[in-house]
Ligand binder design. Structure first.
Ligand code: ADP
Ligand code: MG
Length: 573
């Protein structure tokens, strides 16, 4: 009789802490408030690392980035209703990016919510979260916390990773359970992301397609970076000799200066390749949906004659935009290992005609870029400022680069080379603004490496208050604000006078003082030399730093490289 009232008891708070610990989820990204304040205090007292933020969206983004970097679901805790909704953007974004994360929100009492009797922060959170994430669960009894956490972990990391919502009504925390029963209710998840082996005939079909290709191309996406199959992927690329293109977050999976990288000849290879193998990359808008001019078709929507191989863990990803001739379904590590085994000895590298034509274009574009980067204009433009960041990452390839903005994103992606896997965190599939400080905090907390966040001045505004968080935890984060006085640039005028134009900010804003306000280092840098000095010090000493990099306000273009996505007015003046 284990349920006698005299026996020792535990409660929801402690069962939750123990369930997280048992599964190695040792860091919580959070924002305290009713009903999770005490929980966070107790979690810290029990040895979990609690990183608390100033806005839930940033805590959620931190959890998502931690998930991408570690293959363990990043965990975010929020309060009910508004806190939950603020965290939900990050959860939806994580799901879109295929990053594993768990959003845990406290919620109001079911009895009151379901009768809509008007509780404090009343909201049917589970119903709202459901369509925006991979899975959503609610726990109503403390003895089910173990199952709830186990299900959340499996849902987040197995198959295609994604975001999971876990709803915990306030009273579950305080429910008491006999200690022995509580202990037995916890689950240590065995093999949360089981390997998924590809079918041998699928592997053969793919290898056969590559074998006869005259202009083969491999495209590596952030799924390939996430998979941590770095050695297998490198072996595959180098053994086959096939040129490759990294998507932005796959930069560094192989070093960007690798001789087979076709990045500097991107438009040429996309238009010309005859067999394209996608590895953890989707044929979405970022790849022009696999058709049209980008892919060498004569008409804008036409699908040029080309074969696609797609290596992906999701069996329903193939054919989402164009026909996939050879889908290889499984986890990337297993798939590429199987392909490596299948190519065997005597593989013929791609024709020199193809690799030579790529090399020629690369050389031309790279020397053009070198010329641009050598310039030292005053004020700085994006290229000159980024040449400094480029040198810094080259000197510190283990540093993590966080990147968001429009022009600040596009220029950084093409100018700043990466040398190691999973060192670049950016706006991802949605091209979302606001990930900056959350991702930077997560990168610093989970890796301990220096972090450089290259931020458009507009992008920075979405999460800028977290500079306090960076200072509070004394994280080795250097934020570089590319300050060109506005969204895209700072030159728009209101034709009627009066209010500022919608895209323009306060001119010559002193962003560096935000960091100084919380005890960090703030530097205004108007030249390459000033920027280089400040960045060297930030990376060498690891102190929270914000560099206000003054960029020519005429230097940006509307929407950066995605200008064409702006609807244009049918009515012309
Ligand atoms: P990118 O934006 O870099 O092109 P995407 O996010 O579009 O990358 O694509 C990532 C793809 O990787 C998704 O289709 C996802 O299903 C897949 N993926 C994620 N993790 C794995 C894994 N471990 N093994 C195989 N595929 C994976
Ligand atoms: Mg700007």
């Amino acid at each position: 009789n284990t349920d006698t009232p005299t026996q020792e008891t535990t409660d929801g708070f402690h069962l939750l802490i123990n369930a997280l610990k048992l599964n190695g989820l040792d860091t919580l990204f959070a924002l305290p408030g009713i009903p999770i304040t005490d929980f966070l205090r107790m979690a810290q007292a029990e040895g979990l690392r609690v990183i608390s933020f100033r806005h839930e969206q940033n805590a959620g983004n931190a959890a998502a980035a931690a998930g991408f970097l570690t293959q363990k679901p990043g965990v975010c805790f929020t309060v009910s209703a508004p806190g939950f909704l603020n965290g939900l953007t990050a959860l939806a974004n994580a799901t879109t990016n295929c990053f594993p994360m768990i959003l845990v929100s406290g919620s109001s009492e079911r009895e009151i919510v379901d009768l809509q009797q008007g509780d404090y922060e009343e909201m049917d959170q589970l119903a709202i979260a459901k369509p925006l994430c991979k899975a959503a669960f609610r726990v109503l009894h403390a003895e089910d916390i173990g199952v709830g956490i186990a299900r959340a972990i499996r849902a987040a990391v197995s198959g295609r990773p994604g975001g999971v919502y876990l709803d915990l009504p306030a009273k579950v925390f305080a429910q008491s359970v006999p200690a022995e029963l509580g202990k037995r209710s916890l689950i240590k998840v065995v093999d949360p992301a089981p390997r998924q082996l590809p079918a041998p005939e699928a592997v053969r079909r793919a290898v056969d397609a590559l074998r006869v290709a005259r202009k083969p191309l491999v495209i590596l996406g952030k799924g390939a970076a996430y998979a941590q199959a770095d050695a297998e992927i490198r072996r595959f690329v180098e053994t086959t000799g096939i040129p490759y293109l990294p998507m932005s977050m796959a930069k560094g999976l192989l070093p960007d200066n690798h001789p087979q990288s076709a990045s500097a000849a991107r438009s040429y290879v996309l238009a010309e390749a005859d067999v394209v193998m996608l590895v953890g990359a989707r044929l979405n808008w970022l790849l022009s949906h696999g058709k049209g001019k980008t892919w060498g078709a004569a008409g804008p929507k036409e699908h040029a004659d080309r074969q696609f191989i797609q290596v992906d863990i999701s069996p329903t990803e193939a054919d989402s935009n164009v026909a996939i001739d050879a889908p290889v379904v499984g986890d990337i590590g297993s798939c590429i290992a199987a392909m490596n085994a299948a190519i065997g000895a005597g593989w013929k590298k791609p024709p020199a005609e193809w690799t030579g034509a790529i090399a020629e274009r690369k050389d031309k574009n790279l020397s053009k870029m070198a010329e641009t980067l050598a310039k030292d204009p005053s004020p700085m433009n994006f290229q000159s400022a980024l040449s400094v960041i480029r040198d810094q990452i080259k000197a510190h390839p283990d540093a993590i680069l966080v990147n968001e903005g429009a022009n600040a994103l596009d220029f950084t992606r093409s100018i700043v080379d990466m040398y190691e896997p999973r060192k670049r965190l950016d706006v991802g599939t949605w091209g979302i603004m606001g990930i900056g400080m959350g991702f930077a905090v997560a990168a610093a907390v989970t890796t301990g490496k220096p972090v450089i966040a290259v931020e458009g001045d507009s992008a920075f505004g979405f999460s800028g208050m977290e500079v306090e968080t960076i200072c509070r935890y004394n994280l080795p984060v250097c934020v570089v604000v590319m300050n060109n006085n506005g969204v895209y640039g700072g030159t728009d005028q209101n034709p009627r006078g009066g209010d500022a134009a919608p895209t323009v900010f306060v001119k010559d804003a002193r962003y560096e003082m935000l960091m100084q306000a919380f005890g960090g280092v703030g530097v205004r840098a108007a030249t390459k030399a000033e920027l280089a000095r400040a960045l060297d010090e930030a990376v060498a000493f690891g102190k929270p730093t914000l560099i206000n990099a003054i960029i020519d306000e005429t230097a940006g273009t509307e929407s950066g490289r995605i200008t064409s996505l702006n609807p244009s007015a049918a009515r012309k003046k």
